[in-house]
Unconditional design. Structure first.
Length: 260
């Protein structure tokens, strides 16, 4: 403390010696010259000091998830495997999307076909009509959708070269189909109708519809972008002529031997 000309140098705090008011005023003038005045000349009205800004971890995570979802929506999916889950009708698919392995949940409905001998549109008032009986049983078990919401008339080639009369495709939610399977089978056991593909396994149905390469329909690109669950109706099959499946070098595999 020679420059202060003090003989006693013990227990001296430098903060008690400095003229803080002088340094604060000097610092404020520097801020005005370096930041405030140039910002005002550039019409920048709101200025936040960098030291006061805290990095937002949540926004970074949200941005990362959103970018990953957008990446998923705009590229094709090369499906490696389908796996069953604890939820009925929902499969876990492992897909390769632009050299990244991602897990996607796919929901699939139970699809079957009913061939009526008479037109159901012209016999809706007939109480003995099988279609009306099927319609009433659905209402009694609490289905929210009407018969027209989950069925449509289609043209298909039936097995054993059976004649097509009035063929309808039904797509039922797997939970409803599983809970009321007995009732549905009873209503469809009428000898005047033919039922097809009732017992096709869901995983096999998924393979038939999507195969090994698929993508999201364009109309669904901007819907539920952060959701990881997709309905199979939202996806479309891509042929090998449109997209190559698992090009060489895209996957690196290792084999593990487990002795039991």
């Amino acid at each position: 403390m020679k420059w202060l000309r003090l003989s006693i140098v013990d227990n001296i705090d430098i903060r008690e010696i400095l003229d803080w008011n002088y340094y604060i005023d000097h610092f404020n003038s520097c801020i005005q010259k370096i930041i405030t005045i140039p910002a005002a000349l550039q019409n920048i009205h709101k200025i936040q000091l960098i030291t006061k800004q805290k990095p937002s971890t949540d926004s970074k995570i949200d941005t990362y998830i959103r970018r990953a979802a957008e990446h998923l929506h705009t590229h094709s999916w090369q499906i490696i495997s389908y796996e069953l889950t604890d939820q009925i009708g929902i499969f876990k698919a492992w897909c390769l999307v632009e050299h990244e392995l991602v897990q996607i949940a796919i929901k699939i409905s139970r699809i079957f076909y009913v061939n009526y001998r008479t037109s159901i549109e012209n016999n809706n008032n007939n109480n003995n009509n099988t279609h009306e009986q099927f319609k009433s049983i659905q209402r009694s078990i609490g289905y929210k959708r009407t018969i027209t919401n989950y069925s449509k008339r289609v043209n298909r080639l039936l097995s054993h070269c059976s004649q097509v009369y009035y063929l309808y495709e039904y797509r039922l939610d797997k939970n409803h189909f599983h809970n009321y399977y007995t009732y549905i089978i009873t209503e469809l056991s009428n000898s005047n109708i033919g039922v097809y593909e009732m017992n096709v396994p869901l995983d096999f149905r998924l393979l038939i519809i999507l195969d090994c390469i698929c993508s999201l329909h364009k109309e669904h690109h901007c819907t539920n972008i952060l959701s990881n669950l997709y309905h199979f109706n939202q996806l479309e099959f891509l042929s090998l002529s449109e997209q190559t499946y698992l090009q060489s070098g895209t996957l690196q595999c290792i084999y593990i031997y487990k002795e039991e």
